[in-house]
Design a protein around this ligand. Structure first.
Ligand code: NAD
Length: 460
């Protein structure tokens, strides 16, 4: 099938590449000329396991194209995926300017029936706004093109960064919202055909109305964020009452009504989705006169949790950290990605550097992106930035540090040679923001160890 992807970011590139891999003829559009030039010259703008191979294979045989030509992109696909960003507006609501610009372009250039698929995460009611934007462009054309038919479908994306190709190719579920007009039925037929390869083993598609599909994506992310904040809040209490949050996690996760997934305590969630989607859902509710009290707390708990390592470090070393030197392992907001959006590492670095410390950092993949982002974060204070050092290896980052802080649970940090760690550090002190190590073992081998919600196990 002929597919157009509008917006070649994380979601657009993965969607386009995976659909091409399944035999579709895919045209990826982006307005970012640098990104398109990079993709056309064999580069990949993001780190995502397995993606580079799929992109290069399909680009080589002409089944996956990258372009900035809007008119050609509209002409290409009968199905047009909108996968542009929906960043938070100043008031926390989703900024729909990119989605609506993409819709207007479709209305400007389409000449035959199109199915427009909202893959971006968009608030309930956005499909109606996309329809209205297209319809207005059709009406404004000379001669008017009002009679051209189209259907707007909601097909939210549930892939996880770091496992995006795997998630896209083996989805738990495919949510599609269509209306029941004749165009909606036509859209349903085309979407059924497009997703048929994913449903061979068993049916994974959940068909619903458009608004419910839009809502489902926010509900999913809000639920996941809630589980994380819930565990983080309990972990902080566990530290006070003398309980081990990991034991509690196993104890509750074994209940099938609760399950084990997404119950890890840590130093807060980040990324391009949870923070903005929780805010956007709260904002939507407020627009309808309803306050989402649980989500307000989820957001607040997460904002506080990003300070948990900083607070533990200050409790140990004092408010003034000038002259102190720390090592930090893990910069990306989670493992297997180089995405630094809303990463907890940025909050901790701000705290340590502003208090006068110097910090040596390491990340196995996100160094280049981290440099770019942190230079912007500290653009107005170059003297502070000068105390931040990027290290090629995780061991080099430890050299002479008063303590190590771990922010991202990359595999390479899970089982280091602790003897070597001790030799490199000035003092054997570890602040583990992801509970990677066993506190009792760490105590036994002579480390002063601070986890999240586990202090009972290190108490003398
Ligand atoms: P991104 O910022 O990585 O990519 C968006 C791309 O769209 C950019 O390359 C930008 O240049 C391009 N763009 C903007 N306006 C355009 C236009 N009018 N025409 C063509 N291209 C345009 O964003 P992302 O992380 O891929 O997220 C896209 C959407 O998918 C968001 O709504 C996000 O919430 C949602 N989502 C993201 C993830 C994720 O893990 N990143 C997962 C599920 C859903």
């Amino acid at each position: 099938m002929k597919i157009t992807i509008i917006g070649t970011g994380y979601v657009g590139l993965v969607t386009g590449a995976c659909l091409a891999e399944l035999g579709n003829d895919v045209f990826c559009l982006d307005l970012d000329e640098k990104k398109i030039a990079m993709l056309n010259s064999g580069g990949i703008p993001i780190h995502e396991p397995g993606l580079a191979e799929i992109v290069s294979r399909n680009r080589a045989i002409g089944r996956l194209r990258f372009s900035t030509d809007i008119e050609a992109s509209v002409a290409h696909g009968q199905i047009q995926f909108i996968a542009v960003g929906t960043p938070p507006d100043e008031d926390g609501s989703a900024d729909l300017q990119y989605v609506l610009a993409a819709a207007r372009n479709i209305g400007k250039y389409m000449t035959d029936f199109k199915v427009i698929v909202d893959k971006s995460t968009v608030p309930v009611g956005t499909a109606d706004r996309v329809s209205a934007a297209i319809q207005a462009e059709l009406a404004a054309r000379t001669p008017t093109a009002e009679a051209l038919a189209f259907s707007v479908v909601s097909n939210p994306e549930f892939l996880k960064e770091g496992a995006a190709v795997e998630d896209f190719m083996r989805p738990d579920r495919i949510v599609i919202g269509c209306d029941d007009s004749s165009e909606g039925q036509q859209a349903r037929t085309l979407m059924t055909q497009l997703y048929a390869p994913f449903n061979r083993n068993h049916e994974r598609t959940y068909w619903m109305d458009v608004r419910s599909a839009e809502f489902t994506k926010y509900a999913a992310n809000a639920m996941l964020a809630t589980r994380i904040s819930f565990m983080n809040e309990l972990a902080n209490l566990a530290d006070k009452v003398g309980a081990d949050i990991e034991a509690v996690r196993h104890g509750i996760g074994s209940d099938p009504r609760i399950g084990h997934s997404f119950l890890y305590a840590g130093c807060g969630y980040g990324g391009s989705c949870f923070p903005k989607d929780v805010q956007a859902l709260e904002r939507t509710a407020r627009g309808y006169g309803q306050e989402l009290l649980i989500l307000r707390a989820v957001e607040q708990v997460n904002n506080n949790q990003k300070h948990v390592l900083g607070n533990k470090i200050v409790a140990r070393f004092g408010e003034d950290l000038s002259g102190k030197h720390f090592a930090l392992w893990g910069l990306a907001f989670k493992p297997n990605t180089d995405d630094m959006r809303e990463a907890s590492s940025r909050v901790l670095l701000r705290e340590l550097l502003d208090r006068g410390a110097s910090v040596a950092v390491h990340d196995p993949v996100a160094m280049a992106e981290a440099k770019r982002v942190l230079e912007l974060d500290f653009a107005t204070t170059p003297d502070v930035l000068a105390r931040l050092h990027f290290c090629e290896t995780q061991m080099a980052a430890l050299q002479g540090a008063d303590a190590l802080a771990i922010v991202t649970e990359w595999k390479t940090y899970r089982s280091p040679d602790f003897e070597l760690v001790r030799q490199h550090l000035k003092a054997p002190v570890i602040f583990d923001g992801r509970n990677l190590y066993e506190p009792t073992v760490m105590s036994e081998i002579g480390f002063e160890y601070y986890g999240i919600g586990r202090s009972v196990l290190t108490r003398k």
